[in-house]
Design a protein around this ligand. Structure first.
Ligand code: OSB
Ligand code: MG
Length: 373
Protein backbone atom coordinates (compact mmCIF):
# COMPACT_ATOMS: atom_id res chain seq x y z
CA UNK A 1 0.00 0.00 0.00
CA UNK A 2 0.95 3.65 -0.14
CA UNK A 3 -0.58 6.67 1.57
CA UNK A 4 -2.44 9.15 -0.66
CA UNK A 5 -3.56 11.40 2.16
CA UNK A 6 -3.95 11.73 5.90
CA UNK A 7 -6.75 13.70 7.55
CA UNK A 8 -6.43 14.50 11.24
CA UNK A 9 -9.71 15.34 12.97
CA UNK A 10 -10.18 16.70 16.49
CA UNK A 11 -13.40 15.86 18.29
CA UNK A 12 -14.73 17.07 21.66
CA UNK A 13 -16.42 14.21 23.51
CA UNK A 14 -18.06 15.07 26.86
CA UNK A 15 -18.15 12.14 29.29
CA UNK A 16 -21.44 11.14 30.93
CA UNK A 17 -19.73 11.75 34.28
CA UNK A 18 -16.28 13.04 35.24
CA UNK A 19 -13.63 10.32 35.49
CA UNK A 20 -11.19 10.75 38.38
CA UNK A 21 -7.99 8.78 38.84
CA UNK A 22 -4.92 9.27 41.01
CA UNK A 23 -3.47 11.50 38.25
CA UNK A 24 -6.46 13.81 37.85
CA UNK A 25 -10.05 14.33 36.80
CA UNK A 26 -11.46 14.67 33.28
CA UNK A 27 -14.98 15.59 32.19
CA UNK A 28 -14.42 15.26 28.43
CA UNK A 29 -12.03 13.63 26.00
CA UNK A 30 -10.25 15.60 23.34
CA UNK A 31 -10.11 12.88 20.67
CA UNK A 32 -7.70 12.90 17.73
CA UNK A 33 -8.76 10.71 14.81
CA UNK A 34 -6.59 9.76 11.85
CA UNK A 35 -8.29 8.98 8.55
CA UNK A 36 -5.87 7.61 6.00
CA UNK A 37 -6.49 7.05 2.29
CA UNK A 38 -4.66 4.24 0.48
CA UNK A 39 -5.67 4.35 -3.16
CA UNK A 40 -9.29 5.25 -2.57
CA UNK A 41 -9.94 3.13 0.52
CA UNK A 42 -10.10 4.93 3.85
CA UNK A 43 -9.23 3.68 7.30
CA UNK A 44 -9.60 5.09 10.81
CA UNK A 45 -7.38 5.18 13.86
CA UNK A 46 -8.26 6.72 17.23
CA UNK A 47 -5.47 8.27 19.27
CA UNK A 48 -5.81 7.40 22.97
CA UNK A 49 -3.48 10.09 24.32
CA UNK A 50 -4.99 12.49 26.83
CA UNK A 51 -4.89 16.30 26.58
CA UNK A 52 -2.09 16.41 29.13
CA UNK A 53 0.89 14.07 29.64
CA UNK A 54 -0.35 12.68 32.98
CA UNK A 55 -1.05 8.98 32.21
CA UNK A 56 2.19 8.66 30.26
CA UNK A 57 4.43 11.14 28.45
CA UNK A 58 2.25 11.48 25.35
CA UNK A 59 -0.49 14.10 24.89
CA UNK A 60 -2.79 15.04 22.00
CA UNK A 61 -0.94 18.09 20.66
CA UNK A 62 2.34 16.21 20.89
CA UNK A 63 0.91 13.21 19.04
CA UNK A 64 -0.34 15.47 16.24
CA UNK A 65 3.09 17.10 15.94
CA UNK A 66 4.94 13.78 15.82
CA UNK A 67 2.47 12.36 13.30
CA UNK A 68 2.78 15.30 10.93
CA UNK A 69 6.50 16.00 11.25
CA UNK A 70 8.12 12.64 12.03
CA UNK A 71 5.87 9.65 11.26
CA UNK A 72 3.91 10.61 8.14
CA UNK A 73 6.99 11.82 6.20
CA UNK A 74 8.73 8.47 6.83
CA UNK A 75 5.74 6.55 5.50
CA UNK A 76 5.11 8.89 2.57
CA UNK A 77 8.56 8.24 1.07
CA UNK A 78 7.86 4.50 0.80
CA UNK A 79 5.92 3.70 -2.36
CA UNK A 80 4.79 0.23 -1.40
CA UNK A 81 4.79 -1.18 2.11
CA UNK A 82 2.94 -3.94 3.93
CA UNK A 83 1.19 -3.39 7.26
CA UNK A 84 3.89 -5.55 8.91
CA UNK A 85 6.54 -3.03 7.67
CA UNK A 86 5.04 0.01 9.42
CA UNK A 87 6.72 -0.56 12.79
CA UNK A 88 10.17 -0.96 11.22
CA UNK A 89 9.72 2.12 9.00
CA UNK A 90 8.84 4.12 12.13
CA UNK A 91 11.51 2.52 14.37
CA UNK A 92 14.03 5.41 13.98
CA UNK A 93 11.53 7.57 15.90
CA UNK A 94 11.87 6.63 19.55
CA UNK A 95 8.87 6.20 21.83
CA UNK A 96 5.63 7.93 20.81
CA UNK A 97 3.77 4.63 20.85
CA UNK A 98 0.32 6.25 20.91
CA UNK A 99 1.15 8.29 17.81
CA UNK A 100 2.54 5.22 16.05
CA UNK A 101 -0.51 3.16 17.03
CA UNK A 102 -2.84 5.83 15.64
CA UNK A 103 -1.36 5.74 12.13
CA UNK A 104 -0.71 1.98 12.10
CA UNK A 105 -4.32 1.30 13.13
CA UNK A 106 -5.70 3.60 10.43
CA UNK A 107 -3.53 1.80 7.85
CA UNK A 108 -4.57 -1.62 9.14
CA UNK A 109 -8.24 -0.61 8.93
CA UNK A 110 -7.84 0.71 5.38
CA UNK A 111 -5.89 -2.33 4.18
CA UNK A 112 -8.29 -4.84 5.79
CA UNK A 113 -11.32 -2.99 4.33
CA UNK A 114 -9.69 -3.24 0.93
CA UNK A 115 -9.10 -6.96 1.47
CA UNK A 116 -12.60 -7.50 2.87
CA UNK A 117 -11.17 -8.92 6.10
CA UNK A 118 -11.97 -8.01 9.71
CA UNK A 119 -9.59 -7.03 12.53
CA UNK A 120 -10.91 -10.06 14.43
CA UNK A 121 -9.98 -12.50 11.68
CA UNK A 122 -6.59 -10.85 10.97
CA UNK A 123 -5.57 -10.84 14.64
CA UNK A 124 -6.72 -14.42 15.23
CA UNK A 125 -9.87 -13.95 17.31
CA UNK A 126 -11.45 -17.11 18.69
CA UNK A 127 -14.50 -15.58 20.42
CA UNK A 128 -17.63 -13.90 19.07
CA UNK A 129 -18.15 -11.79 22.17
CA UNK A 130 -15.88 -10.60 24.95
CA UNK A 131 -16.26 -10.37 28.74
CA UNK A 132 -16.69 -6.81 29.95
CA UNK A 133 -15.76 -5.17 33.21
CA UNK A 134 -16.07 -1.53 34.18
CA UNK A 135 -13.54 0.95 35.55
CA UNK A 136 -14.94 3.18 38.32
CA UNK A 137 -13.31 6.51 39.11
CA UNK A 138 -12.54 7.96 42.53
CA UNK A 139 -15.77 9.49 43.88
CA UNK A 140 -16.46 12.47 46.15
CA UNK A 141 -17.92 10.21 48.85
CA UNK A 142 -18.17 6.47 49.50
CA UNK A 143 -21.98 6.69 49.17
CA UNK A 144 -21.62 8.11 45.66
CA UNK A 145 -19.15 5.35 44.80
CA UNK A 146 -21.55 2.67 46.07
CA UNK A 147 -24.43 4.10 44.03
CA UNK A 148 -22.33 4.08 40.87
CA UNK A 149 -21.04 0.54 41.46
CA UNK A 150 -24.57 -0.68 42.19
CA UNK A 151 -25.75 0.68 38.84
CA UNK A 152 -22.98 -1.15 36.95
CA UNK A 153 -23.63 -4.34 38.90
CA UNK A 154 -27.28 -4.23 37.84
CA UNK A 155 -26.27 -3.70 34.22
CA UNK A 156 -24.34 -6.98 34.36
CA UNK A 157 -20.66 -6.02 34.23
CA UNK A 158 -18.51 -9.06 35.01
CA UNK A 159 -15.90 -7.22 37.03
CA UNK A 160 -15.67 -3.96 38.96
CA UNK A 161 -12.36 -2.07 38.94
CA UNK A 162 -11.93 0.70 41.50
CA UNK A 163 -9.46 3.50 41.00
CA UNK A 164 -7.48 3.96 44.24
CA UNK A 165 -4.91 6.33 45.67
CA UNK A 166 -3.44 6.88 49.17
CA UNK A 167 -6.40 7.85 51.38
CA UNK A 168 -8.93 6.22 49.02
CA UNK A 169 -8.16 2.51 49.23
CA UNK A 170 -8.98 0.15 52.12
CA UNK A 171 -12.27 1.80 53.14
CA UNK A 172 -13.88 2.12 49.69
CA UNK A 173 -12.70 -1.39 48.76
CA UNK A 174 -14.16 -2.83 52.01
CA UNK A 175 -17.54 -1.16 51.42
CA UNK A 176 -17.75 -2.09 47.73
CA UNK A 177 -16.89 -5.72 48.54
CA UNK A 178 -19.67 -5.69 51.17
CA UNK A 179 -22.11 -4.26 48.60
CA UNK A 180 -21.35 -6.65 45.72
CA UNK A 181 -20.77 -9.80 47.77
CA UNK A 182 -17.95 -12.36 47.42
CA UNK A 183 -18.66 -13.62 43.89
CA UNK A 184 -18.34 -10.61 41.57
CA UNK A 185 -14.67 -10.10 40.63
CA UNK A 186 -13.22 -6.89 42.09
CA UNK A 187 -9.89 -5.24 41.17
CA UNK A 188 -8.11 -1.97 41.99
CA UNK A 189 -5.98 0.32 39.81
CA UNK A 190 -3.60 2.80 41.47
CA UNK A 191 -2.11 4.33 38.31
CA UNK A 192 1.33 4.37 40.03
CA UNK A 193 0.14 6.39 43.06
CA UNK A 194 2.02 4.39 45.75
CA UNK A 195 5.68 4.05 46.64
CA UNK A 196 7.87 1.45 48.32
CA UNK A 197 7.00 2.94 51.74
CA UNK A 198 3.28 2.14 51.30
CA UNK A 199 3.55 -1.61 50.68
CA UNK A 200 1.82 -2.38 54.00
CA UNK A 201 -1.33 -0.50 52.91
CA UNK A 202 -1.39 -2.51 49.69
CA UNK A 203 -0.96 -5.76 51.66
CA UNK A 204 -4.03 -4.75 53.71
CA UNK A 205 -6.09 -5.20 50.54
CA UNK A 206 -5.45 -8.97 50.60
CA UNK A 207 -8.49 -9.57 52.84
CA UNK A 208 -10.89 -8.45 50.08
CA UNK A 209 -10.04 -11.26 47.64
CA UNK A 210 -9.18 -8.92 44.75
CA UNK A 211 -8.55 -10.43 41.33
CA UNK A 212 -5.53 -8.12 40.96
CA UNK A 213 -3.84 -4.87 42.00
CA UNK A 214 -3.06 -2.87 38.84
CA UNK A 215 0.04 -0.66 38.57
CA UNK A 216 0.52 0.21 42.26
CA UNK A 217 4.08 1.65 41.89
CA UNK A 218 5.78 3.97 39.37
CA UNK A 219 6.12 2.54 35.89
CA UNK A 220 9.92 2.34 36.04
CA UNK A 221 10.01 0.57 39.42
CA UNK A 222 9.97 -3.05 38.24
CA UNK A 223 12.20 -4.07 41.16
CA UNK A 224 9.70 -2.46 43.56
CA UNK A 225 6.89 -4.52 42.04
CA UNK A 226 9.01 -7.66 42.49
CA UNK A 227 9.38 -6.83 46.21
CA UNK A 228 5.69 -6.01 46.55
CA UNK A 229 4.68 -9.26 44.84
CA UNK A 230 6.55 -11.16 47.58
CA UNK A 231 4.67 -9.24 50.29
CA UNK A 232 1.09 -9.35 49.00
CA UNK A 233 -0.97 -12.42 48.11
CA UNK A 234 -3.12 -10.60 45.53
CA UNK A 235 -1.73 -10.93 41.97
CA UNK A 236 -0.11 -7.79 40.58
CA UNK A 237 -0.98 -6.55 37.08
CA UNK A 238 1.07 -4.00 35.14
CA UNK A 239 -0.37 -1.32 32.84
CA UNK A 240 1.90 1.77 32.50
CA UNK A 241 5.09 -0.33 32.92
CA UNK A 242 4.43 -2.47 29.83
CA UNK A 243 5.30 -0.64 26.59
CA UNK A 244 6.56 -3.59 24.52
CA UNK A 245 6.83 -7.38 24.33
CA UNK A 246 10.30 -7.09 25.89
CA UNK A 247 8.85 -5.17 28.85
CA UNK A 248 6.18 -7.84 29.34
CA UNK A 249 8.62 -10.75 29.18
CA UNK A 250 11.04 -8.98 31.52
CA UNK A 251 8.35 -8.15 34.10
CA UNK A 252 6.98 -11.69 34.03
CA UNK A 253 10.39 -13.40 34.24
CA UNK A 254 11.43 -11.19 37.16
CA UNK A 255 8.21 -11.88 39.04
CA UNK A 256 6.89 -8.30 38.94
CA UNK A 257 3.42 -9.31 37.71
CA UNK A 258 1.22 -12.34 37.16
CA UNK A 259 -1.26 -10.55 34.85
CA UNK A 260 -0.72 -8.09 31.97
CA UNK A 261 -3.02 -5.27 30.85
CA UNK A 262 -2.65 -4.76 27.09
CA UNK A 263 -3.52 -1.31 25.72
CA UNK A 264 -2.76 -1.08 22.00
CA UNK A 265 -1.99 2.64 22.16
CA UNK A 266 0.54 2.25 24.96
CA UNK A 267 2.47 -0.53 23.17
CA UNK A 268 2.43 0.99 19.67
CA UNK A 269 -0.47 -0.80 18.04
CA UNK A 270 -2.40 -4.00 17.46
CA UNK A 271 0.47 -5.98 15.93
CA UNK A 272 2.64 -5.46 19.00
CA UNK A 273 -0.42 -6.16 21.19
CA UNK A 274 -0.78 -9.55 19.53
CA UNK A 275 2.91 -10.31 20.14
CA UNK A 276 2.47 -9.46 23.84
CA UNK A 277 -0.62 -11.67 23.95
CA UNK A 278 1.37 -14.56 22.46
CA UNK A 279 4.38 -14.06 24.76
CA UNK A 280 2.09 -14.04 27.81
CA UNK A 281 0.20 -17.11 26.59
CA UNK A 282 3.50 -19.03 26.22
CA UNK A 283 4.24 -18.20 29.86
CA UNK A 284 0.70 -19.00 31.09
CA UNK A 285 0.14 -15.37 32.08
CA UNK A 286 -3.46 -14.22 31.45
CA UNK A 287 -4.07 -10.85 29.79
CA UNK A 288 -6.97 -8.44 29.41
CA UNK A 289 -7.58 -5.41 27.23
CA UNK A 290 -7.29 -2.07 28.98
CA UNK A 291 -9.15 1.05 27.91
CA UNK A 292 -8.54 4.77 27.54
CA UNK A 293 -12.21 5.86 27.39
CA UNK A 294 -12.23 5.16 23.65
CA UNK A 295 -15.07 6.15 21.36
CA UNK A 296 -16.69 3.41 19.27
CA UNK A 297 -13.85 3.69 16.75
CA UNK A 298 -11.15 2.61 19.18
CA UNK A 299 -13.51 0.30 21.05
CA UNK A 300 -14.33 -1.72 17.90
CA UNK A 301 -10.65 -2.56 17.39
CA UNK A 302 -10.13 -3.31 21.10
CA UNK A 303 -13.03 -5.79 21.04
CA UNK A 304 -11.39 -7.66 18.14
CA UNK A 305 -8.11 -7.86 20.11
CA UNK A 306 -9.91 -8.96 23.28
CA UNK A 307 -11.39 -11.87 21.30
CA UNK A 308 -7.94 -13.57 21.18
CA UNK A 309 -7.76 -16.75 23.28
CA UNK A 310 -5.48 -15.59 26.13
CA UNK A 311 -7.71 -12.58 26.92
CA UNK A 312 -9.35 -14.63 29.66
CA UNK A 313 -10.07 -11.88 32.21
CA UNK A 314 -12.85 -9.27 31.86
CA UNK A 315 -11.74 -6.29 29.75
CA UNK A 316 -12.08 -2.51 30.13
CA UNK A 317 -14.30 -2.58 27.04
CA UNK A 318 -17.49 -1.17 28.50
CA UNK A 319 -20.66 -0.18 26.65
CA UNK A 320 -20.77 3.16 24.81
CA UNK A 321 -23.33 4.44 27.35
CA UNK A 322 -20.79 4.10 30.20
CA UNK A 323 -18.75 6.86 28.54
CA UNK A 324 -20.78 8.95 26.08
CA UNK A 325 -24.33 10.15 25.56
CA UNK A 326 -23.76 9.85 21.81
CA UNK A 327 -20.89 7.80 20.36
CA UNK A 328 -19.04 8.28 17.05
CA UNK A 329 -20.37 4.89 15.86
CA UNK A 330 -23.56 2.94 16.47
CA UNK A 331 -23.49 2.34 20.24
CA UNK A 332 -21.87 -0.79 21.67
CA UNK A 333 -24.33 -2.41 24.04
CA UNK A 334 -23.72 -4.73 27.01
CA UNK A 335 -25.61 -8.00 26.72
CA UNK A 336 -25.32 -10.58 29.47
CA UNK A 337 -22.01 -9.03 30.57
CA UNK A 338 -20.51 -9.24 27.06
CA UNK A 339 -20.12 -7.11 23.95
CA UNK A 340 -20.24 -8.67 20.48
CA UNK A 341 -17.06 -8.42 18.38
CA UNK A 342 -17.60 -6.56 15.08
CA UNK A 343 -17.17 -8.92 12.10
CA UNK A 344 -17.33 -6.52 9.11
CA UNK A 345 -14.26 -5.48 7.08
CA UNK A 346 -11.59 -3.52 9.01
CA UNK A 347 -12.73 -2.38 12.45
CA UNK A 348 -16.20 -3.49 11.34
CA UNK A 349 -18.09 -0.32 12.21
CA UNK A 350 -18.86 2.89 10.32
CA UNK A 351 -18.10 6.35 11.61
CA UNK A 352 -21.27 8.40 12.19
CA UNK A 353 -20.37 11.33 9.93
CA UNK A 354 -23.24 13.52 11.21
CA UNK A 355 -22.09 13.05 14.77
CA UNK A 356 -18.50 13.65 13.70
CA UNK A 357 -19.50 16.92 12.03
CA UNK A 358 -21.35 18.05 15.17
CA UNK A 359 -18.48 17.24 17.53
CA UNK A 360 -15.53 18.28 15.33
CA UNK A 361 -13.31 21.06 16.67
CA UNK A 362 -10.55 20.97 14.06
CA UNK A 363 -9.42 19.32 10.83
CA UNK A 364 -6.11 19.10 8.98
CA UNK A 365 -5.67 17.41 5.59
CA UNK A 366 -2.29 16.40 4.18
CA UNK A 367 -2.02 15.18 0.56
CA UNK A 368 0.79 13.09 -0.83
CA UNK A 369 1.33 15.63 -3.63
CA UNK A 370 1.90 18.35 -1.04
CA UNK A 371 4.88 16.42 0.33
CA UNK A 372 6.67 16.54 -3.03
CA UNK A 373 6.30 12.84 -3.85
O1 OSB B 1 -5.27 3.10 33.94
O2 OSB B 1 -6.65 1.87 32.96
C1 OSB B 1 -6.24 3.00 33.22
C2 OSB B 1 -8.54 5.58 31.60
C3 OSB B 1 -7.63 6.55 31.25
C4 OSB B 1 -6.31 6.38 31.58
C5 OSB B 1 -5.90 5.23 32.24
C6 OSB B 1 -6.80 4.24 32.58
C7 OSB B 1 -8.15 4.44 32.28
C8 OSB B 1 -9.21 3.52 32.67
C9 OSB B 1 -10.48 3.53 31.86
O3 OSB B 1 -9.16 2.79 33.64
C10 OSB B 1 -10.82 2.22 31.27
C11 OSB B 1 -11.91 2.34 30.23
O4 OSB B 1 -11.65 2.82 29.12
O5 OSB B 1 -13.02 1.93 30.53
MG1 MG C 1 -4.64 1.12 34.47
Amino acid sequence: MRIESLTLIRVAMPLVRPFTTSFGSQSAREVLLACVDIGGTQGWGECVAMSEPVYNAEYVDGVEHVLVHHLLPRLMVVDDFAIEDVASILRPVLGHHMAKATIETALLDAWLRKEGRSFAEYLGATKERVRCGVSVGIAATIDELLAEVDGYRQQGYQRIKLKIQPGWDVQPVRQVRALIGPDLPLTVDANRAYDRQSMRTLAALDEFDLQMIEQPLPEDDIAGHVQLAQLVATPLCLDESICSTLDAVDAIERGACRIVNIKPGRVGGYLESKRIHDACAERAVPVWCGGMLETGIGRAANLALAALPNFTLPNDTSASARYYRRDLTAPFVLQDGHITVPQGPGIGVDVDLDMLQDAMTGRRHIERSATGR
